[in-house]
Ligand binder design. Structure first.
Ligand code: SF4
Length: 217
């Protein structure tokens, strides 16, 4: 599955390459502990750390438990069915720096989760206090997120610290099961919410993903 995930990351990067983002090395304003991901993406990180001989960093013990109200596909299913979406917890964002941030750079950059790849801005959000991006880029990011969740069926989705604690090797069943309580099951793709004017671009993106992942495991 990992090569399918990385291929989807690649197609997303190619599709959005035309946008002049202001983000660059050392710019880490969005590198907080609010990153979410699937367990499939988490396994890429665990494998990368093992292959590069790096230990999983100590996961934060001071972090407030964060259980998102719904996954992306869960939300999309409710919207498509015309149902109410659940309220987010009072503090859905954790603004402390990400534990993978080392001197302003990401220690797992080649395998950073999709959430990190989609936090992009055409203005320096460290200065303006707000990120900006074209509407179609936001739709592309939501669709890509939904594909990654669909790919992870049978797995879980949630905060980076919880996914890694759940996957963490040798950290004991108690840690794993406490982390599991804060994760949500990854859901199948219920359909896409794409504005009519963005459909040609999204259809092209989906066709490229299908073509490039057809022979991958
Ligand atoms: S995983 Fe890397 S890119 Fe993502 S928030 Fe952490 S330091 Fe930043």
């Amino acid at each position: 599955m990992s090569s399918v995930i990385t291929e989807i990351y690649e197609v997303f990067a190619e599709e959005s390459a035309a946008i002049a983002f202001a983000c660059g090395p050392g710019c880490a304003t969005c590198c907080t502990r609010s990153v979410t991901l699937t367990t499939g993406e988490g396994r890429l990180i665990v494998d990368f750390l093992r292959e590069t001989g790096c230990a999983l960093p100590p996961l934060p013990r001071d972090q407030a438990p964060l259980r998102p109200a719904s996954t992306g596909n869960g939300l999309a299913a409710l919207c498509l069915a015309g149902q109410e979406t659940p309220e987010e917890p009072e503090s859905p964002w954790l603004f402390e720096p990400c534990f993978f941030l080392k001197e302003g750079l990401c220690a797992i950059y080649p395998v950073r989760p999709f959430a990190c790849r989609s936090f992009n801005s055409t203005v320096n959000c460290g200065k303006t206090g707000m990120a900006e991006a074209p509407e179609w880029f936001l739709t592309l990011a939501i669709v890509t997120n939904q594909l990654l969740e669909d790919l992870d069926r049978g797995g879980f989705w949630g905060n980076l610290a919880d996914v890694l604690a759940f996957l963490g090797h040798g950290r004991g069943e108690a840690v794993k099961s406490a982390a599991r309580e804060r994760l949500l099951p990854s859901q199948p793709l219920p359909g896409l919410l794409v504005p009519p004017e963005e459909r040609p671009r999204i259809n092209r993106f989906l066709a490229t993903v299908r073509e490039r992942t057809a022979t991958r495991s």
